[in-house]
Design a protein around this ligand. Structure first.
Ligand code: NAD
Ligand code: 89V
Length: 342
């Protein structure tokens, strides 16, 4: 049994805790939050008696194998460094760090300490995205030469996460990071990126629309587009839609988790809806299921001594795309070569 503690008992951490209860081989023994009311409420909800307002005190007092860091980005570096120096394995929420230099230092600290560091980059763990990748891996559409990975919504994300309305950076850093990671997952690492961003909603501080073009090392081109200013007849939050053209066919993941694979053998439609876990709530159930999947993956990695798919080192490549997109957008959509940006 791997013994863990959760740091940060806010909005999203509630999903972490529900999911940890469903992960065989792991147990959350202790909770930490600087905010006493949130700490007490979460402790009561999940029946976890050992609570701390200070992460250092918790790490000192508890016999742990890992920590799950679910705070916002500003505190990730000190918490990762504290856990690594105590020899604990680490899960850290996205965005991993505020700069590339900070992220590289965090990966270095974990490597030197010999601990496993996984970034909680969960969107690639959604069952619809895994189903699309499985079709590509079995060669259903041949060589994927073009793709579009798209997330367009007008869902009110600001009520649950007020910092999204006031942070200096918004959609690329918060959501685009997931969608860029899916593009890497499907088409491989990226050679160059160009981007344009814009703020449509006057009530928020930063950009809520982004369009990015990626040229992958494989030669494939993908468009990654994100919007929280797009009011559709049917609200698709939080679905990521896919269009993938391959040398032997096409794959589409349309709204409502409908995947269509078309090739020389015909056209097959699949329902790739996520399961509705007993603690999940629509429309978040898609994301909530991916939290369970990534937590299971982390414990599997610890038990088998393997590196997580979204290790800290891997996530540097996704984070580099985020910061290169901002640079490109600020410099008139200039194309940024990723060998210079990572
Ligand atoms: P939140 O502000 O609701 O919660 C953060 C909590 O951390 C707060 O209760 C705060 O008091 C606590 N905290 C901050 N610093 C601390 C410290 N040093 N020690 C102890 N507690 C501390 O934030 P949130 O909306 O839950 O977001 C948390 C993270 O999760 C963010 O990085 C966000 O981007 C990410 N997130 C990820 C997903 C996903 O699908 N992967 C979805 C939503 C949010
Ligand atoms: O996944 C996230 O990081 C969330 C949301 C889906 C709202 O963008 O912030």
């Amino acid at each position: 049994m791997k013994r863990g503690a959760l740091i940060g008992c806010g909005f999203f951490a509630q999903n972490h805790l529900h999911a940890w209860r469903d992960v065989d081989g792991a147990e959350i023994l202790a909770l930490c939050d600087r905010d006493e009311a949130r700490l007490d409420e979460t402790a009561r909800r999940f029946g976890i008696e050992r609570t701390y307002r200070d992460a250092a005190a918790m790490i000192e007092a508890e016999a742990l194998d890992f920590v799950d860091i679910a705070t916002t980005v500003q505190t990730h570096r000190p918490l990762v460094e504290m856990a690594a120096s105590a020899g604990l394995h680490i899960v850290c929420q996205k965005p991993f760090a505020e700069t590339m230099a900070e992220a590289q230092a965090m990966v270095q600290v974990a490597t030197s300490a010999g601990v496993t560091l996984m970034v909680h980059e969960n969107f690639r763990w959604q069952s619809a995205i895994r189903a699309a990748k499985a079709e590509m891996d079995r060669g259903a559409i041949g060589w994927p030469f073009w793709g579009r990975v798209s997330f367009r919504s007008a869902y009110d994300v600001y009520s649950g996460q007020p910092y999204l309305a006031t942070d200096e950076k918004f959609i690329v850093q918060d959501l685009g990071i997931h969608i860029l990671d899916i593009a890497r997952f499907l088409f491989g690492d990226v050679a160059s990126i160009s981007a344009s961003t814009r703020r449509v909603n006057p009530k928020i501080r930063a950009e809520d629309v982004a369009t990015m073009m990626l040229v992958h090392e494989s030669g494939a081109t993908s468009i990654v587009d994100c919007s929280y200013a797009t009011s559709l007849p049917r609200e698709n939050f939080p679905e990521t839609l896919l269009e993938i053209d391959g040398s032997e066919g096409t794959l589409r993941l349309d709204a409502g988790y409908r995947m269509t694979v078309h090739n020389g053998e015909g056209t097959i439609e699949h329902d790739v809806s996520p399961p509705l876990l007993r603690w999940a709530e629509r429309p978040w159930h898609n994301i909530q299921e991916s939290v369970l999947n990534i937590e299971r993956h982390f414990i599997d990695c610890l038990s088998n001594g393997i590196s997580p798919e979204t290790s800290g080192a891997d996530n540097l490549k996704t984070l580099a795309l985020v910061y290169a997109a901002y640079t490109s957008a600020a410099e008139g959509n200039r194309t940024i070569a990723m060998r210079d940006a990572a």
